[in-house]
Design a protein around this ligand. Structure first.
Ligand code: CTP
Length: 394
């Protein structure tokens, strides 16, 4: 299932160089199942053409309030009435000032004033413009009017300067739009998640690790954030982009992961251990690369790594603990036994162990009442369902 299925979004584009990213945003919103209707200001058409937006969305693009093709010639009323939200990206300083004052001198500002649906703005402007007292007054007024601001972010700007005012990336805006529509059962809750593999060095160029792409843990971090939680993600080495709005702590070894988890565990409401932690580490890591010497192979001694999940579950006041089970056989038997051994309320098993790196999966949940399956779906959907299950049990 797509996260924006059946949602009608009016995508407003105002005049700013960040408009070059809006076609990609439209594509992503559509990929999530939304129907996208684009409305552009005249200035926006200087940066991206209506033809591009029409080709991507499959819908005619509106740029003027004097468009005779709308049935009763009331495009501003018509467009906002049927929408679930208006998302404007980029929202220029000029447009934000207009909207904060209730001005309506073109189609986009008019339909914002005439709307009866939520309005989300992704500001984009030069840092001086963002910091200007006039823009900050607009922000204050828009906040009071319950307009949702997505960003801006800080970073390199098209004008060559570095600072606040950069538009969020299209994938970040899409995620925030998805989060906006989702239920927020974890508002006010803190969630700590481990994800990815750990890597245990043998020498400076070699090591042992477990199979794990990190996709499930990262999807859970996103889903928990979308459900309103404050999320910290302790991640082993992965190739995944850092999810928006989430605090990330990068680690390499199981002991690093243990230390990072213990450093952040106080005041957490939920701990979800998704990481494929290496159970053993090499006792003596060679400081130099081990060279091949004739035909003899090196003999490695191992010692056990700390069990992070069991250690958290054994704390005097543990958060609600959720574990994952990587089993290659007898999942139902091993899963139930593992949940009891780790003394945790909920354990999640992967049905079939060949899920590493894949985008979908099928899960089985073990709790004190027995077990229950969650049908095959993308990891993003499963993560959303799992967060709902956890929130429900809390
Ligand atoms: N886990 C952990 N720290 C470890 C090992 C595992 O926090 N040192 C967590 C995993 O993140 C997962 C759960 O414990 O949530 C189960 O991991 P798994 O590898 O399936 O089980 P093990 O406890 O290692 O048991 P075994 O390898 O014997 O199946």
């Amino acid at each position: 299932m797509q996260s924006l299925l059946n949602k009608k979004i009016v995508l407003g584009i105002s005049g700013g160089i960040a408009a070059y990213k809006t076609p990609e945003l439209a594509r992503q919103l559509i990929q999530e199942g939304a129907t996208v209707q684009v409305v552009m200001t005249q200035a926006a058409t200087q940066f991206v053409t209506p033809v591009t937006m029409q080709a991507l969305t499959g819908n005619p693009v509106f740029t003027s309030q004097w468009d005779s093709s709308v049935s009763n010639n009331m495009a501003h009323i018509e467009l906002s009435r049927s929408a679930d939200a208006i998302v404007i990206a980029p929202a220029s300083a000029d447009l934000m000032a207009k909207l904060s004052l209730g001005l309506a001198d073109d189609l986009l500002s008019t339909l914002c004033l005439a709307r009866d649906c939520p309005l989300l703005l992704a500001p984009a402007m030069n840092k001086q413009m963002w910091e200007h007292a006039a823009t900050q007054r607009s922000v204050e007024r828009l906040n009071k009017d319950r307009v949702t601001l997505l960003g801006p972010a800080s970073g390199f700007q098209a004008c060559g300067e570095v600072g606040m005012g950069r538009m969020l990336e299209p994938f970040e805006i899409t995620e925030q739009v998805i989060a906006f529509f989702q239920k927020k059962p974890l508002i006010g809750k803190k969630v700590l998640i481990t994800a990815g593999p750990t890597f245990e060095p043998i020498d400076p160029v070699r090591g042992i690790t477990n199979l794990s792409s990190g996709k499930m843990g990262y999807a859970l971090a996103r889903a928990a954030h979308a459900a309103g939680a404050e999320v910290t993600l302790v991640s082993g080495p992965t190739a995944l982009p850092i999810p928006y709005g989430i605090k990330i702590v990068s680690v390499i070894t199981a002991r690093d992961m243990y230390d990072a988890v213990m450093a952040h565990i106080a005041h957490q409401d939920i701990f979800i251990a998704v990481a494929a932690v290496a159970d053993w580490r090499v006792s003596e890591v060679s400081q130099q690369k081990i060279k091949k010497q004739n035909a003899t192979s090196p003999e490695l001694q191992f010692e056990q790594n700390p069990d992070i999940l069991a250690a958290v579950a054994a704390l005097p006041k543990p958060p609600y603990c959720v574990g994952f089970a990587a089993e290659s056989e007898n999942l139902l038997e091993h899963g139930a036994a593992k949940r009891e051994k780790k003394r945790i309320p909920l354990l999640v098993g992967n049905i079939g162990h060949q899920t590493f790196g894949k985008d979908d999966n099928e899960l089985v949940l073990f709790d004190a009442n027995g077990h229950k399956n969650i049908a095959r779906a993308s990891k993003a959907i499963l993560a959303g369902k799992l967060i709902e299950e956890i929130a429900h049990r809390l």
